[in-house]
Design a protein around this ligand. Structure first.
Ligand code: SAM
Length: 307
C-alpha cells in the first residue's frame, strides 16, 4: 500500500452482517453433524474461496507430473476431454461446470465448435458468464443455469456429454445417465470424473473407517444416498440407461494421496480458506491419507450411445 493510501475502513453495516451470516453458515456446515444443505447452498457458501492460486476450479485434480493444484485441475479437465475424444466440430455439453474453468481451457486446448454448460448454482453461473464475456468467447461457450437431470436440450443434439467431478451430486445420477443418452447423438460419448464409495474392505475395522470417511464427505457435500454405489454398479447403471461399452476405471491413486501430500507440503494454501474451515482442514492434513480417504474411490467413467 502506498503511504498516502487511506487506511482500510472496517466492514460497515450490511457487509458486517453478511460476514457474520457467512461465518455462522460455515460453523454450521463444518461442525453440525445433522446439517443438511441443498447442493446450491453448499456452493453459495463456499463462493469463490477455492484453494487454487490462479483459477476457480473446484476439483481435486489429476496428479501426474504436475506441481500444484491449478495444474492438477487442468490435467483432470484434459484427461476428461481426451477420454471423450473432444475436438473441432463437436458440440459438447458440460454438466456441473462450476466457474467454467474447464470450458475456458477446452475452448483453447480441444477447440470444439460449441460448449453448452448446465449448472444449478446461480452464483457460479453469473461469475462463469462474466468470465466467458471477459475472454470474448460468448459465441462458443453458452454457460446456462440448468440441471443435469432435466436438460433443456433437444434429443440427439450433442456429440459429447462431460461431467467433471459433479455427477455424485445429481439427484439421482441415473437420471443424468438417462438424460445424457437422450441428448447424445448416436455414436456420442459420455465421460465423467466422479467420486464413489470404495469397494468394501475386508475386516470390520477397515469397513468402519470407510464408512466414516464416506460419511464425512457425503454429508458435507450433499451427496444423495441413491448415488452410493461402487464402480461395478456404476457400469451396470450406465448400460441400463442404454449406453454401451461402459468403462469405469479407478484413478484414485492419482487423486487423493498426491493431493494430501501437496497440502502437507504447502500449508500456506489453507490460508485461502474461510477461517472457520481452516481448523478442520489443518486437522485433516495431519491424518494419514489412507485413513482420511479410506471410503473414497475416484473414477473415470466412459460409455457410448449406440449407433
Ligand atoms: C465439485 S463442483 C465441480 C465444478 C467444476 N466442474 C470443476 O471441476 O471445477 C460440482 C459442480 O456441480 C454443480 N451441480 C451440482 N448438482 C448439479 C445438477 N443437478 N445439475 C448441474 N450442475 C450441478 C455444482 O453447482 C458445482 O458447480
Amino acid at each position: 500500500m502506498a503511504p498516502s493510501d487511506p487506511a482500510p475502513s472496517p466492514p460497515q453495516g450490511g457487509a458486517r452482517r453478511g460476514a457474520l451470516r457467512r461465518g455462522l453458515g460455515y460453523l454450521d456446515w463444518v461442525f453440525n453433524p445433522f446439517q443438511r444443505r441443498d447442493v446450491t447452498e453448499v456452493y453459495d457458501l463456499l463462493g469463490t474461496g477455492a484453494i487454487t492460486a490462479e483459477g476457480l476450479y473446484l476439483n481435486l485434480g489429476y496428479w501426474e507430473a504436475v506441481d500444484d493444484l491449478d495444474a492438477a485441475s487442468d490435467a483432470l479437465a484434459r484427461l476428461v476431454a481426451d477420454t471423450a475424444g473432444m475436438g473441432p466440430g463437436d458440440t459438447v455439453l458440460d454438466v456441473g461446470y462450476g466457474f467454467g474453468d474447464q470450458d475456458l481451457l477446452w475452448a483453447r486446448s480441444h477447440a470444439p465448435a460449441r460448449i453448452i454448460g448446465l449448472n444449478v448454482t446461480a452464483s457460479q453461473v453469473a461469475e462463469a458468464q462474466r468470465r466467458v464475456r471477459q475472454a470474448g468467447l460468448e459465441a462458443r461457450l453458452d454457460l446456462r443455469q440448468g440441471s443435469a437431470t432435466e436438460m433443456p436440450l433437444p434429443d440427439a443434439s450433442v456429440d459429447k456429454v462431460v461431467a467433471l467431478e459433479s455427477a455424485f451430486h445429481f439427484r439421482p445420477r441415473e437420471a443424468f445417465f438417462r438424460e445424457a443418452w437422450r441428448v447424445l447423438r448416436p455414436g456420442g460419448r459420455l465421460v465423467a470424473a466422479d467420486i464413489l464409495p470404495q469397494p468394501p474392505a475386508t475386516g470390520r475395522g477397515g469397513r468402519l473407517k470407510q464408512r466414516l470417511s464416506w460419511w464425512l464427505v457425503a454429508s458435507r457435500f450433499a451427496i444423495p444416498e441413491a448415488n452410493r454405489y461402487t464402480r461395478d454398479a456404476y457400469a451396470e447403471r450406465l448400460e441400463a440407461a442404454g449406453l454401451t461399452g461402459a468403462e469405469v476405471r479407478s484413478i484414485r491413486e492419482h487423486v487423493y494421496a498426491p493431493l494430501h501430500q501437496w497440502l502437507r507440503d504447502h500449508p500456506e494454501t489453507l490460508q485461502r480458506l474461510h477461517p472457520v474451515a481452516r481448523l478442520p482442514a489443518r486437522l485433516a492434513r495431519r491424518m494419514d491419507a489412507a485413513t482420511l480417504y479410506a471410503g473414497l474411490d475416484y473414477v473415470l467413467a466412459s460409455a457410448v450411445k449406440p449407433q
